[in-house]
Design a protein around this ligand. Structure first.
Ligand code: FAD
Length: 354
């Protein structure tokens, strides 16, 4: 019988990606509802030492596949390895980060094992309705075993993602096939606190590769020299929308960001206009962020934008239109002209810091 919740780790140069740690934290909550375990899957070469990090982030057990074939991410060997593991262990749920690697790997594996995949989820939940109905109606002590016998323990995974351009949140279930598979956007799930020293099992799984499995030759790996800014890591984001008027005004927003120790980000309108790089875009087709402070300047608050920032700890918005939708998700709304308020803010912060 399919059981346990598997999180497929993403690693680059031996570093576990943040999205994997976020997923392990979320998986522990889902596993508690299911009464199952969280299992991490770690693939690479010389990577076993990282299993403990996954255990401390929430895994009860980590299955490690080590092979020189897996030294760099290449679609075919990774697909072969993970498909073999899923066939052997028969997991109930398999989660991936919706990163470029997860988006490449998950659909191929899903197709090979003939199951469904919900891509780009923003929320995961276990459907407990039937089970709670049963609990309500019964007085027996051994509820779990009896619920299972009666088929009243149908705790399927509810996978929620934006659909139809973000106008609808669709909840998708994979009722008939196992495992239930989903990719989850980085930054959506809150990073749980690590539990240093937590104990867990580490198991090796061997995959027999043939030279034909490596259908790509990696001649050289060239690392990007310019360090890309990851706005998902920023504690403060000063975000500009079309209301800032020009690309040049980002210089003023940058001053605010520098004073607050943050980064600048953007709505899609300004990315499309070529005012700022795409990696700064917040929203459904950009990044999901949850900084301590999100300062929205001249952003209307379209649903696709809000989808990427609504989990920010504190949202302050400046907009000259007092009915702008951004105010609905703001802790503090300032009705006024960005070009009047931002200089005052720079002034006040400079004085405060002096
Ligand atoms: P506008 O909607 O034009 O708003 C500008 C705001 O600035 C207005 O509210 C106005 O009152 C205010 N303003 C103007 N001048 C001033 C001033 N001087 N001072 C103060 N306020 C002022 N958008 C995203 O952001 N991220 C996404 O990931 C994203 N994905 C999308 C995916 C799809 C499939 C689709 C269809 C759309 C997506 N969009 C996304 C676009 C989204 O629908 C909006 O068009 C976009 O967010 C609008 O950007 P904006 O708020 O900067 O501009």
């Amino acid at each position: 019988m399919s059981k346990d919740l598997y999180v497929v780790a993403e690693q680059r140069d031996g570093e576990i990606a943040k999205v994997t740690l976020e997923l392990l934290g979320e998986a522990t909550k889902l596993a508690a509802d299911l009464g199952e375990k969280v299992v991490g899957v770690l693939m690479g070469d010389g990577i076993k030492g990282k299993a403990q990090e996954m255990i401390e982030a929430g895994a009860d057990k980590v299955i490690v596949i080590e092979d020189p074939m897996l030294a760099e991410y290449v679609t075919e060997p990774y697909t072969k390895a993970l498909t073999a593991l899923i066939k052997e262990y028969d997991p109930n749920i398999v989660l991936f980060g919706a990163s470029s690697i997860g988006r490449d790997l998950a659909p191929r594996v899903a197709a090979r094992i003939h199951t469904g995949l919900t891509a780009d989820c923003t929320h995961l939940d276990i459907d407990m309705e039937k089970y709670f109905e049963f609990l309500h109606a019964t007085s027996t002590a051994d509820t779990d075993a009896i619920a299972k016998k009666l088929g009243m323990d149908d705790k399927t995974l509810k996978m929620t993602r934006p659909a139809f351009g973000g106008n609808v949140m669709a909840t998708i279930r994979c009722a008939d096939y196992r495992p239930q598979m989903a990719t989850v956007r980085p930054g959506v799930m809150k990073l749980a606190e690590a539990q240093p020293g937590k104990q867990g099992e580490v198991e090796d799984f061997k995959v027999e590769f043939t030279p034909e499995d490596m259908n790509v030759t990696i001649k050289e790996v060239i690392k990007e020299t310019k360090k890309a800014v990851d706005i998902t890591d920023a504690k403060v984001l000063v975000s500009g929308g079309r209301g800032i008027g020009s690309a040049d005004y980002y210089k003023e927003l940058q001053k605010v960001a520098d004073l607050l120790g943050g980064e600048i980000s953007s709505s899609r309108a300004n990315v499309d206009a070529g005012w700022i790089a795409k990696d700064r875009q917040v929203g459904q087709t950009g990044k999901t962020v949850r900084p301590d402070l999100y300062l929205a300047c001249g952003i209307s608050g379209a649903i696709q934008h809000i989808a990427g920032m609504e989990n920010s700890e504190c949202v302050i918005s400046i907009n000259k239109n007092d009915t702008a939708a951004i105010f609905d998700v703001s802790d503090l709304g300032i009705v006024g002209d960005v070009k009047v308020i931002i200089p005052k803010l720079i002034d006040a912060l400079t004085k405060y810091k002096a």
